[in-house]
Design a binder for this molecule. Structure first.
Ligand code: C2O
Ligand code: CU
Ligand code: CU
Length: 487
């Protein structure tokens, strides 16, 4: 921790008042839950748009206005008037073109999270700004060997990312498998959180909540509260789940059902892995098979202790969840009726690439730290990587295109940070000093408080500038982001 500056001391003074107002246990995630929501409706899915003949073209219009949330009218942000925005179904080799219309009062832009596409020009360029009242044409060319998986799109204008995603701007992208995976039904479940006032407007977020990484009082699935999903015993459902929450970790359980993971983020495991629960940090996705067992099961997000701000910040423990130990109810899976015949087995998938034996061109360490009162954000702690907060004019890391690097992601703070790199996925090779013995690829890797994770990255196919950052988006907005260039 840095020595206290005068402003740091002033910040502590005002935070003391916040802590006193929320009681001795510190922060409580419950603000903005006055909204009268409807629960238990049939699950709905956003509009599905499929590529045809190798192309998908669409317009995404980002606006603030009336939108359906939890079965009621609210005023929030959305793409094309729906929350989430449309789901884009693509295939490897496709070209995606998106006209982004900005009808917001602030600048925005578009990021295709996890896609392995160029970061340059009008492709996945996180450094572009699309001003209010203007539009911009994005074009993304997926390589012919693009991995299948669950991806998503969201704004990436530094400083406004958390507000714009929390406000409702996100949607799913699916890159389909070459060889179909037999299932009875496919669903896309975009999980997000938001806090609304009784009047259905986005509730204000305190400085303290931003430092923790805000968690909304409503946890939504496709914009609904506890929707109902129906199936028959023996059916194999395929759920593509996205954690689009700005700061909340989702420890998902569906007790009484049998779950298998086909893949996390991008790509596939060679064979589906049997699991009891799945932990998705903000930004992570899972491609999940659910084999339906008769009965009614509840999809829950169990509480996750992702650390605290420390006693100096007036909080003496992690924020208390308003949902209690059994967690937030996300959806109800009702399985009844005549059993169906067993489905064909899941075909074996391609063996994932393994960089553990690859020659390493460079080794680096990225230190994720939280300090006190030295940075530009008024009333905030510092959120830094290698001692610096984000500056779009400074390249922090230069890698040589085509090489493999090994990065140690070190977290010196008391909170977890989910570390995300654009364009190139990361193979986790070591966690807390222990080797990981199977190839595990993710584009968001959780680095626990006071711990480290070692990854390898193959900087293939593209050159240009892009970013890595904490995917607790309040931390990213506060500066926990770095700029890298592949050349
Ligand atoms: Cu999902 Cu740079 O973000
Ligand atoms: Cu991303
Ligand atoms: Cu963080």
């Amino acid at each position: 921790m840095q020595p206290l500056s005068r402003r740091g001391a002033l910040i502590l003074g005002s935070l003391g008042a916040t802590a006193a107002a929320t009681g001795a246990a510190g922060l409580l995630w419950s603000r903005g839950s006055e909204f009268q929501a409807a629960r238990g409706q049939e699950l709905e899915e956003p509009q599905n748009l499929h590529s045809a003949g190798g192309r998908l073209q669409l317009t995404l219009s980002a606006a603030s206005g009336k939108v359906r949330i939890a079965g009621k009218d609210a005023t929030a942000l959305s793409y094309n008037g729906s929350l989430p925005g449309p789901t884009l179904f693509l295939r490897a080799g496709d070209r995606l073109t998106v006209t982004l219309e900005n009808r917001l009062r602030d600048p925005t832009n578009l990021h295709v999270h996890g896609l392995h596409v160029s970061p340059q020009g009008n492709s996945d360029n996180a450094l572009l700004a699309v001003g209010p009242g203007t539009s911009f044409d994005y074009e993304y060319q997926l390589p012919a060997d693009h991995p299948p998986g669950v991806y998503w799109y969201h704004p990436h204008h530094h400083g406004l990312v958390a507000d714009q995603i929390f406000g409702g701007l996100y949607g799913a992208i699916v890159v389909q498998d070459d060889r179909a995976i037999p299932s009875s039904r496919e669903r896309v479940l975009v999980i997000s959180d938001i806090s609304l006032t009784s009047g259905g407007r986005i509730a204000a977020v305190s400085v303290m909540e931003k430092m923790m990484g805000r968690e909304g009082a409503l946890v939504l699935v496709n914009g609904q509260l506890n929707p109902r999903l129906a199936a028959r015993p023996g059916e194999r459902e395929r759920w593509r789940i996205i954690n689009a929450c700005t700061g909340r970790y989702l420890k998902l359980r569906l007790d009484g059902q049998s779950l298998q993971v086909l893949g996390l983020d991008s790509g596939r495991f060679r064979v589906p892995a049997d699991v009891e629960e799945v932990l998705l940090a903000p930004g992570n996705r899972v491609d999940l098979l659910v084999t339906a067992q008769a009965g009614t099961a509840v999809l829950r997000a169990l509480p996750v202790n992702r650390g605290s701000l420390g006693s100096m910040m007036g909080g003496n423990g992690p924020p208390r969840s308003p949902f209690g130990p059994s967690g937030a109810v996300l959806a109800t899976f009702a399985v009844a009726g005549a059993p169906v015949a067993a489905l064909a087995p899941v075909p074996e998938q391609q063996v994932p690439r393994d960089l553990r034996a690859a020659p390493v061109a460079a080794r680096r360490e990225l230190v994720f730290a939280m300090g006190m009162g030295m940075g530009p954000g008024a009333g905030m702690m510092d959120f830094t990587i290698n001692g610096q907060s984000f500056d779009p004019a400074r390249v922090d890391t230069t890698v040589s295109a085509g090489s493999v690097e090994e990065w140690t992601l070190r977290n010196t703070s008391l909170m977890d940070h989910p570390v995300h790199l654009h364009v190139w996925p990361m193979q986790i090779i070591e966690q807390a000093g222990l080797p990981v013995d199977t190839p595990r690829w993710q584009d968001v890797v959780n680095v626990p408080a006071r711990s480290s994770v070692r990854v390898r990255i193959a900087f293939d196919d593209f050159t240009g500038k892009t970013v890595y950052h904490c995917h607790i988006l309040d931390h990213e907005d506060a500066g926990m982001m770095g700029l890298m260039e592949a050349r």
